[in-house]
Design a protein. Sequence first.
Length: 163
Amino acid sequence: MANHIAIESLKEPLLKCLDETFSNVHGIYLDKNTTLFQTIDSISSVEASEKISSNSATISAQVEHVRFYLDVLDEYMRTNESRKVNWREIWETIGQVTEEQWTDTKARLRSSHAKVISTINSFERWDGEHDIGGALAILTHTAYHLGGIRTTLGAIRARTDKH
């Protein structure tokens, strides 16, 4: 006999964790004022353009990568079709950004986030091949990059404070 869990037993905590990762701390795993949107809203275009080492990515590249990942996974969850994508392109092309470009990058991330949350909320049965896996991948991937962004920002600000 198969064991089943109610859809809401998965969907509600998953959406709450996604909300905490992107927008609103609920005390699940983040400290106050450390969500992705709160973090990037505190970052200037100058900080977003800096590298902490010659082989590291800028914060602007990390944010653009998260946005790209959301778009790819959103399509994957909605269509159950994968397509070949160039995961390296952003790392190889995104670096310094102007204030206008940084503002646009943050806006596109918010738009992609809204789209993926809408997709997740549209699942009625959560029985698609990639519904659960895609949503969990978005959560873990974004949390990973949030940590990277916050670590990079801390290093940039520590370097700036020494001057």
